[in-house]
Ligand binder design. Structure first.
Ligand code: SF4
Length: 207
């Protein structure tokens, strides 16, 4: 279930429905903010995301079926280990394009080529994998450096949001000055996650 401002009240009902229908699991995921979702008022704010995540983690403890979340939820670790960034997954779309990640595939914001490795009609899969490895290495290196300099803000701990920013896909935000993910309005009350420097030095030494 993709979480939006319109269905955030239905999380418990969805788990109950899944259990009643005999499902093994229910998986929730955050909606990636785009101009379209902004126009339709579907985006949860950072604070609202934390609230629905808390509800999901509570349900995970008590529900009769497995309850999980797709990558994109708040992570205390600035270097969230999703499958694409662990080099365990690539995305192949219906046109033969190899891209970094299914969460970014077909993203309707700006700079849609930033996560593009190539098309399998023009390059081999081996070449696509090699390009992906190089891109992920550069990405992680830049992120580690950014954390070490204390540049990551609170919302950067939502890893897929960080990816959108890192890949320069959120320039559309300037058209939505009061959008909840606008940098000017995105602090999370009661949270201070800027000091992740020690985590980077630990993570760097273990890689
Ligand atoms: S958008 Fe980025 S952080 Fe999210 S799953 Fe994809 S590669 Fe990982």
């Amino acid at each position: 279930m993709v979480l939006t401002s319109q269905n955030r009240q239905e999380i418990g009902e969805m788990v109950e429905l899944g259990a009643r229908l005999g499902s093994n699991a229910v998986r929730f995921g955050h909606l990636m903010p785009t101009p379209e979702t902004a126009m339709r008022g579907l985006d949860l704010s950072p604070q609202e995301r934390l609230e629905v995540e808390a509800e999901i983690w509570r349900l995970k403890e008590s529900a009769p079926i497995l309850v999980a979340m797709a990558p994109g939820y708040f992570s205390e670790s600035a270097l969230f280990p999703c499958a694409p960034l662990e080099l365990q997954e690539l995305n192949l779309d219906y046109r033969g394009n190899v891209t970094l990640c299914c969460h970014l595939s077909g993203y309707s914001g700006a700079n849609d080529g930033a996560d593009f490795m190539g098309n399998l009609s023009e390059i081999s899969f081996t070449e696509a994998v090699n390009r992906s490895r190089a891109m992920v290495a550069a990405y992680l290196s830049e992120k580690q450096a950014g954390v070490a300099r204390g540049e990551l803000g609170q919302t950067d701990h939502f890893p897929c949001w960080y990816c959108l920013k890192h890949l320069d896909k959120v320039s559309w935000l300037k058209n939505f000055p009061n959008h909840p993910w606008d940098d000017q309005a995105n602090s999370i009350p009661g949270r201070n996650n800027d000091d992740a420097r020690s985590e980077v030095s630990t993570s760097s030494s273990s890689r």
